[in-house]
Design a protein around this ligand. Structure first.
Ligand code: OSB
Ligand code: MG
Length: 375
Protein backbone atom coordinates (compact mmCIF):
# COMPACT_ATOMS: atom_id res chain seq x y z
CA UNK A 1 0.00 0.00 0.00
CA UNK A 2 1.42 3.37 -1.08
CA UNK A 3 0.31 6.76 0.19
CA UNK A 4 -0.30 9.25 -2.64
CA UNK A 5 -0.96 12.35 -0.55
CA UNK A 6 -1.12 13.52 3.04
CA UNK A 7 -3.34 16.51 3.78
CA UNK A 8 -2.75 18.30 7.06
CA UNK A 9 -5.20 20.82 8.43
CA UNK A 10 -5.84 22.70 11.62
CA UNK A 11 -9.44 23.12 12.65
CA UNK A 12 -10.68 25.36 15.45
CA UNK A 13 -13.70 24.15 17.42
CA UNK A 14 -15.24 25.75 20.51
CA UNK A 15 -16.08 23.25 23.27
CA UNK A 16 -19.75 23.09 24.22
CA UNK A 17 -18.63 23.12 27.88
CA UNK A 18 -15.28 24.41 29.19
CA UNK A 19 -13.02 21.69 30.64
CA UNK A 20 -10.78 22.38 33.65
CA UNK A 21 -8.00 20.13 34.94
CA UNK A 22 -5.27 20.68 37.52
CA UNK A 23 -3.10 22.06 34.68
CA UNK A 24 -5.56 24.53 33.21
CA UNK A 25 -8.81 25.48 31.51
CA UNK A 26 -9.72 24.59 27.90
CA UNK A 27 -12.59 26.47 26.22
CA UNK A 28 -11.92 25.53 22.62
CA UNK A 29 -9.70 23.17 20.70
CA UNK A 30 -7.14 23.71 17.95
CA UNK A 31 -6.85 20.29 16.32
CA UNK A 32 -4.51 18.86 13.72
CA UNK A 33 -6.34 16.48 11.39
CA UNK A 34 -4.61 14.20 8.92
CA UNK A 35 -6.24 12.92 5.74
CA UNK A 36 -4.37 10.35 3.69
CA UNK A 37 -5.10 9.36 0.11
CA UNK A 38 -4.11 5.98 -1.25
CA UNK A 39 -5.26 4.20 -4.38
CA UNK A 40 -8.62 5.97 -4.49
CA UNK A 41 -9.35 5.58 -0.77
CA UNK A 42 -9.15 8.28 1.86
CA UNK A 43 -8.77 7.93 5.63
CA UNK A 44 -8.51 10.35 8.54
CA UNK A 45 -6.49 10.59 11.73
CA UNK A 46 -6.67 13.05 14.64
CA UNK A 47 -3.68 14.37 16.56
CA UNK A 48 -4.59 14.69 20.24
CA UNK A 49 -1.79 17.14 21.12
CA UNK A 50 -3.23 20.10 23.03
CA UNK A 51 -3.02 23.83 22.52
CA UNK A 52 -0.22 24.01 25.11
CA UNK A 53 2.46 21.52 26.21
CA UNK A 54 0.79 21.04 29.61
CA UNK A 55 -0.53 17.46 29.52
CA UNK A 56 2.53 16.28 27.60
CA UNK A 57 5.51 17.96 25.98
CA UNK A 58 3.75 17.92 22.62
CA UNK A 59 1.37 20.62 21.40
CA UNK A 60 -0.39 21.17 18.09
CA UNK A 61 2.36 23.43 16.73
CA UNK A 62 5.17 20.96 17.44
CA UNK A 63 3.04 18.15 15.98
CA UNK A 64 2.43 20.25 12.88
CA UNK A 65 6.09 20.95 12.16
CA UNK A 66 7.25 17.41 12.91
CA UNK A 67 4.53 15.96 10.70
CA UNK A 68 5.30 18.36 7.86
CA UNK A 69 9.09 18.15 7.93
CA UNK A 70 9.83 14.62 9.18
CA UNK A 71 6.96 12.17 9.53
CA UNK A 72 4.81 12.74 6.44
CA UNK A 73 7.81 12.71 4.03
CA UNK A 74 8.95 9.36 5.51
CA UNK A 75 5.48 7.88 5.21
CA UNK A 76 5.12 9.06 1.60
CA UNK A 77 8.31 7.25 0.64
CA UNK A 78 7.44 3.98 2.36
CA UNK A 79 5.91 0.86 0.90
CA UNK A 80 3.48 -0.08 3.66
CA UNK A 81 1.95 -3.43 4.56
CA UNK A 82 -0.65 -1.65 6.69
CA UNK A 83 -0.99 0.26 9.94
CA UNK A 84 1.28 -2.18 11.76
CA UNK A 85 4.25 -1.26 9.59
CA UNK A 86 4.09 2.49 10.32
CA UNK A 87 6.09 2.55 13.62
CA UNK A 88 9.12 1.10 11.85
CA UNK A 89 8.92 3.78 9.14
CA UNK A 90 8.81 6.58 11.73
CA UNK A 91 11.16 5.13 14.35
CA UNK A 92 14.14 7.36 13.50
CA UNK A 93 12.19 10.28 14.97
CA UNK A 94 12.34 10.18 18.77
CA UNK A 95 9.23 11.08 20.76
CA UNK A 96 6.43 13.08 19.09
CA UNK A 97 4.11 10.17 19.75
CA UNK A 98 0.86 12.12 19.30
CA UNK A 99 2.00 13.34 15.89
CA UNK A 100 3.00 9.79 14.90
CA UNK A 101 -0.29 8.32 16.15
CA UNK A 102 -2.40 10.58 13.92
CA UNK A 103 -0.61 9.21 10.85
CA UNK A 104 -0.46 5.59 11.97
CA UNK A 105 -4.12 5.49 12.96
CA UNK A 106 -5.15 6.92 9.58
CA UNK A 107 -3.20 4.10 7.89
CA UNK A 108 -4.99 1.47 10.02
CA UNK A 109 -8.31 3.08 9.05
CA UNK A 110 -7.27 2.95 5.40
CA UNK A 111 -6.27 -0.71 5.73
CA UNK A 112 -9.65 -1.56 7.28
CA UNK A 113 -11.41 0.16 4.38
CA UNK A 114 -9.24 -1.62 1.80
CA UNK A 115 -9.86 -5.00 3.47
CA UNK A 116 -13.56 -4.13 3.93
CA UNK A 117 -13.50 -5.01 7.62
CA UNK A 118 -14.43 -2.96 10.69
CA UNK A 119 -11.42 -1.17 12.18
CA UNK A 120 -12.29 -2.73 15.56
CA UNK A 121 -11.93 -6.21 14.07
CA UNK A 122 -8.63 -5.35 12.35
CA UNK A 123 -7.24 -4.19 15.73
CA UNK A 124 -8.26 -7.46 17.38
CA UNK A 125 -11.46 -6.20 19.02
CA UNK A 126 -14.08 -8.63 20.25
CA UNK A 127 -16.71 -6.50 22.02
CA UNK A 128 -19.98 -5.50 20.34
CA UNK A 129 -20.59 -2.69 22.84
CA UNK A 130 -18.21 -0.77 25.08
CA UNK A 131 -18.93 0.49 28.61
CA UNK A 132 -18.70 4.27 29.01
CA UNK A 133 -17.76 6.68 31.75
CA UNK A 134 -17.33 10.44 31.89
CA UNK A 135 -14.53 12.70 33.01
CA UNK A 136 -15.90 15.75 34.82
CA UNK A 137 -13.67 18.80 34.99
CA UNK A 138 -13.06 21.02 37.99
CA UNK A 139 -16.19 23.18 38.42
CA UNK A 140 -16.66 26.76 39.68
CA UNK A 141 -18.66 25.40 42.65
CA UNK A 142 -19.66 22.17 44.39
CA UNK A 143 -23.29 22.83 43.40
CA UNK A 144 -22.37 22.93 39.72
CA UNK A 145 -20.37 19.72 40.11
CA UNK A 146 -23.32 17.96 41.75
CA UNK A 147 -25.62 19.11 38.91
CA UNK A 148 -23.19 17.79 36.30
CA UNK A 149 -22.89 14.42 38.03
CA UNK A 150 -26.66 14.18 38.30
CA UNK A 151 -26.99 14.75 34.55
CA UNK A 152 -24.39 12.09 33.69
CA UNK A 153 -25.71 9.50 36.16
CA UNK A 154 -29.22 10.07 34.74
CA UNK A 155 -27.86 9.65 31.21
CA UNK A 156 -26.66 6.17 32.22
CA UNK A 157 -22.88 6.58 32.33
CA UNK A 158 -21.34 3.70 34.26
CA UNK A 159 -18.45 5.52 35.91
CA UNK A 160 -17.91 9.09 37.04
CA UNK A 161 -14.34 10.41 37.10
CA UNK A 162 -13.71 13.66 38.94
CA UNK A 163 -10.78 15.87 38.07
CA UNK A 164 -9.14 16.87 41.34
CA UNK A 165 -6.27 18.92 42.79
CA UNK A 166 -5.24 20.12 46.25
CA UNK A 167 -8.24 22.07 47.59
CA UNK A 168 -10.68 20.32 45.18
CA UNK A 169 -10.61 16.79 46.53
CA UNK A 170 -11.87 15.50 49.91
CA UNK A 171 -14.87 17.82 50.22
CA UNK A 172 -16.15 16.93 46.77
CA UNK A 173 -15.54 13.18 47.23
CA UNK A 174 -17.41 13.36 50.52
CA UNK A 175 -20.39 15.23 49.07
CA UNK A 176 -20.60 12.92 46.06
CA UNK A 177 -20.37 9.76 48.18
CA UNK A 178 -23.06 11.05 50.53
CA UNK A 179 -25.45 11.55 47.63
CA UNK A 180 -24.40 8.52 45.55
CA UNK A 181 -22.91 5.90 47.91
CA UNK A 182 -22.74 3.18 45.26
CA UNK A 183 -21.73 4.73 41.93
CA UNK A 184 -18.44 3.75 40.32
CA UNK A 185 -16.33 6.80 41.20
CA UNK A 186 -12.73 7.67 40.43
CA UNK A 187 -10.48 10.72 40.44
CA UNK A 188 -7.75 12.11 38.19
CA UNK A 189 -5.15 14.52 39.59
CA UNK A 190 -3.06 14.99 36.43
CA UNK A 191 0.10 15.03 38.59
CA UNK A 192 -1.06 17.69 41.06
CA UNK A 193 0.29 16.03 44.27
CA UNK A 194 3.74 15.54 45.81
CA UNK A 195 5.37 13.37 48.47
CA UNK A 196 4.25 15.71 51.26
CA UNK A 197 0.65 14.80 50.30
CA UNK A 198 0.95 11.02 50.90
CA UNK A 199 -0.90 11.12 54.24
CA UNK A 200 -3.60 13.27 52.72
CA UNK A 201 -4.04 10.94 49.73
CA UNK A 202 -4.28 8.00 52.14
CA UNK A 203 -7.49 9.55 53.53
CA UNK A 204 -9.15 8.91 50.13
CA UNK A 205 -9.43 5.21 50.97
CA UNK A 206 -12.64 6.04 52.88
CA UNK A 207 -14.33 7.17 49.62
CA UNK A 208 -14.08 3.74 47.95
CA UNK A 209 -12.71 5.12 44.71
CA UNK A 210 -12.32 2.66 41.86
CA UNK A 211 -8.91 4.29 41.27
CA UNK A 212 -6.83 7.42 41.71
CA UNK A 213 -5.34 8.44 38.36
CA UNK A 214 -1.83 9.90 38.03
CA UNK A 215 -1.61 11.57 41.46
CA UNK A 216 2.15 12.31 41.23
CA UNK A 217 4.72 13.49 38.66
CA UNK A 218 3.88 12.90 34.98
CA UNK A 219 7.10 10.96 34.36
CA UNK A 220 7.25 8.89 37.53
CA UNK A 221 6.96 5.20 38.47
CA UNK A 222 9.08 5.01 41.62
CA UNK A 223 7.19 7.41 43.88
CA UNK A 224 3.85 6.09 42.67
CA UNK A 225 5.01 2.66 43.80
CA UNK A 226 5.88 4.11 47.24
CA UNK A 227 2.44 5.73 47.40
CA UNK A 228 0.66 2.54 46.31
CA UNK A 229 2.20 0.74 49.31
CA UNK A 230 0.58 3.34 51.58
CA UNK A 231 -2.95 3.37 50.15
CA UNK A 232 -5.66 0.80 49.37
CA UNK A 233 -7.16 2.78 46.48
CA UNK A 234 -5.71 1.36 43.26
CA UNK A 235 -3.45 3.78 41.41
CA UNK A 236 -4.05 4.15 37.67
CA UNK A 237 -1.30 5.59 35.50
CA UNK A 238 -2.01 7.81 32.49
CA UNK A 239 0.78 10.33 31.71
CA UNK A 240 3.62 8.02 32.86
CA UNK A 241 2.87 5.22 30.41
CA UNK A 242 4.43 6.03 27.03
CA UNK A 243 4.87 2.51 25.67
CA UNK A 244 4.85 -1.23 26.40
CA UNK A 245 8.12 -1.12 28.37
CA UNK A 246 6.72 1.58 30.65
CA UNK A 247 3.66 -0.57 31.26
CA UNK A 248 5.89 -3.53 32.13
CA UNK A 249 8.06 -1.45 34.46
CA UNK A 250 5.06 0.11 36.19
CA UNK A 251 3.35 -3.24 36.70
CA UNK A 252 6.54 -4.95 37.94
CA UNK A 253 7.28 -2.08 40.34
CA UNK A 254 3.66 -2.10 41.54
CA UNK A 255 3.32 1.57 40.66
CA UNK A 256 -0.23 0.97 39.47
CA UNK A 257 -2.98 -1.64 39.36
CA UNK A 258 -4.84 -0.19 36.38
CA UNK A 259 -3.66 1.47 33.15
CA UNK A 260 -5.33 4.22 31.14
CA UNK A 261 -4.48 3.72 27.46
CA UNK A 262 -4.60 6.79 25.24
CA UNK A 263 -3.66 5.86 21.71
CA UNK A 264 -2.10 9.28 21.06
CA UNK A 265 -0.01 9.21 24.23
CA UNK A 266 1.59 5.87 23.30
CA UNK A 267 2.19 6.75 19.63
CA UNK A 268 -0.52 4.87 17.74
CA UNK A 269 -2.59 1.69 17.59
CA UNK A 270 0.41 -0.68 17.38
CA UNK A 271 1.83 0.45 20.72
CA UNK A 272 -1.66 0.74 22.26
CA UNK A 273 -2.27 -2.91 21.40
CA UNK A 274 1.16 -3.84 22.82
CA UNK A 275 0.35 -2.05 26.12
CA UNK A 276 -3.06 -3.74 26.17
CA UNK A 277 -1.48 -7.17 25.65
CA UNK A 278 1.26 -6.84 28.25
CA UNK A 279 -1.29 -5.64 30.82
CA UNK A 280 -3.64 -8.50 29.93
CA UNK A 281 -0.86 -11.08 30.38
CA UNK A 282 -0.24 -9.73 33.87
CA UNK A 283 -3.89 -9.46 34.89
CA UNK A 284 -3.95 -5.65 34.90
CA UNK A 285 -7.19 -4.16 33.52
CA UNK A 286 -7.03 -1.21 31.12
CA UNK A 287 -9.50 1.41 29.95
CA UNK A 288 -9.46 3.94 27.13
CA UNK A 289 -8.69 7.54 28.02
CA UNK A 290 -9.94 10.60 26.17
CA UNK A 291 -8.36 13.86 25.00
CA UNK A 292 -11.46 15.92 24.15
CA UNK A 293 -11.43 14.40 20.66
CA UNK A 294 -13.64 15.20 17.69
CA UNK A 295 -15.56 12.34 16.17
CA UNK A 296 -12.52 11.23 14.16
CA UNK A 297 -10.40 10.44 17.22
CA UNK A 298 -13.48 9.30 19.13
CA UNK A 299 -14.30 6.70 16.44
CA UNK A 300 -10.74 5.37 16.75
CA UNK A 301 -11.09 5.22 20.55
CA UNK A 302 -14.29 3.19 20.17
CA UNK A 303 -12.53 0.67 17.91
CA UNK A 304 -9.62 0.34 20.36
CA UNK A 305 -11.97 -0.06 23.34
CA UNK A 306 -13.41 -3.20 21.76
CA UNK A 307 -10.26 -5.18 22.66
CA UNK A 308 -10.85 -7.79 25.39
CA UNK A 309 -8.76 -6.34 28.25
CA UNK A 310 -10.58 -2.98 28.14
CA UNK A 311 -12.42 -4.20 31.24
CA UNK A 312 -13.34 -0.87 32.83
CA UNK A 313 -15.53 1.95 31.47
CA UNK A 314 -13.45 4.44 29.47
CA UNK A 315 -13.55 8.22 29.03
CA UNK A 316 -15.17 7.70 25.63
CA UNK A 317 -18.52 9.49 25.78
CA UNK A 318 -21.13 11.09 23.51
CA UNK A 319 -20.18 13.75 20.91
CA UNK A 320 -22.78 16.13 22.39
CA UNK A 321 -20.80 16.38 25.65
CA UNK A 322 -18.07 18.20 23.69
CA UNK A 323 -19.48 19.73 20.51
CA UNK A 324 -22.54 21.64 19.35
CA UNK A 325 -22.03 19.69 16.11
CA UNK A 326 -19.45 16.96 15.58
CA UNK A 327 -17.51 16.43 12.32
CA UNK A 328 -18.68 12.85 11.77
CA UNK A 329 -21.99 11.19 10.97
CA UNK A 330 -23.72 9.70 12.83
CA UNK A 331 -22.58 11.46 15.99
CA UNK A 332 -21.38 9.22 18.81
CA UNK A 333 -24.29 8.44 21.14
CA UNK A 334 -24.46 6.51 24.40
CA UNK A 335 -27.37 4.25 25.37
CA UNK A 336 -29.35 4.49 28.62
CA UNK A 337 -27.21 1.56 29.84
CA UNK A 338 -24.10 3.67 29.33
CA UNK A 339 -22.80 1.80 26.30
CA UNK A 340 -21.61 2.68 22.80
CA UNK A 341 -22.28 0.17 20.04
CA UNK A 342 -19.13 -0.69 18.10
CA UNK A 343 -19.84 -0.05 14.39
CA UNK A 344 -19.89 -3.08 12.12
CA UNK A 345 -19.31 -1.31 8.78
CA UNK A 346 -15.93 -1.25 7.00
CA UNK A 347 -13.31 1.17 8.35
CA UNK A 348 -14.18 3.31 11.38
CA UNK A 349 -17.90 2.97 10.57
CA UNK A 350 -18.48 6.74 10.65
CA UNK A 351 -18.65 9.20 7.74
CA UNK A 352 -16.52 12.35 7.90
CA UNK A 353 -18.40 15.62 7.26
CA UNK A 354 -16.01 17.23 4.81
CA UNK A 355 -17.96 20.47 4.32
CA UNK A 356 -18.18 21.09 8.02
CA UNK A 357 -14.44 20.45 8.32
CA UNK A 358 -13.79 22.93 5.49
CA UNK A 359 -15.74 25.57 7.42
CA UNK A 360 -13.63 24.98 10.53
CA UNK A 361 -10.24 24.90 8.77
CA UNK A 362 -7.80 27.72 9.55
CA UNK A 363 -4.57 26.27 8.12
CA UNK A 364 -3.73 23.56 5.59
CA UNK A 365 -0.83 21.87 3.87
CA UNK A 366 -0.63 19.03 1.34
CA UNK A 367 2.36 16.75 0.82
CA UNK A 368 2.45 14.43 -2.17
CA UNK A 369 4.49 11.35 -3.03
CA UNK A 370 7.19 11.74 -5.66
CA UNK A 371 6.37 9.96 -8.93
CA UNK A 372 7.03 6.26 -8.39
CA UNK A 373 8.98 4.21 -10.87
CA UNK A 374 7.35 0.82 -11.27
CA UNK A 375 9.30 -2.09 -12.72
O1 OSB B 1 -5.95 13.15 31.98
O2 OSB B 1 -7.55 12.09 31.10
C1 OSB B 1 -6.88 13.13 31.19
C2 OSB B 1 -8.42 15.76 28.86
C3 OSB B 1 -7.30 16.44 28.48
C4 OSB B 1 -6.08 16.08 29.00
C5 OSB B 1 -5.97 15.03 29.91
C6 OSB B 1 -7.10 14.32 30.28
C7 OSB B 1 -8.34 14.72 29.77
C8 OSB B 1 -9.60 14.08 30.15
C9 OSB B 1 -10.71 14.20 29.16
O3 OSB B 1 -9.80 13.55 31.22
C10 OSB B 1 -11.43 12.96 28.93
C11 OSB B 1 -12.41 13.15 27.80
O4 OSB B 1 -12.00 13.24 26.61
O5 OSB B 1 -13.60 13.23 28.11
MG1 MG C 1 -5.76 11.32 33.05
Amino acid sequence: MNIDAIHMREINMPLAYPFETSFGLTTGRRILLIEIESEGLTAWGECVAGEHPYFSDEMIDTAWIITETELAPKLLEADLEGGGSVPDVLKQVRGHRMAKAALENAVWDLEAQAERVPLAELLGGTRKVIPCGVSIGIQPSLEQLMDKIETEVEAGYQRIKLKCKPGWDNHIFEAVRKRWPEIMLSCDANSAYRMKDFDHIATWDQFKLLMAEQPLWYDDFYFHSMLQKRIKTPICLDESIRNRRDALAAIDMESCQIINIKVGRVGGFSEAIAVHNVAEERGVPVWCGGMLETGIGRAHNIALSSLPNFLLPGDVSASARYWAQDIIEPEVTVSKKGEITVPTGAGSGFAVLRERIEDLTVRRQTLRAKARVTA
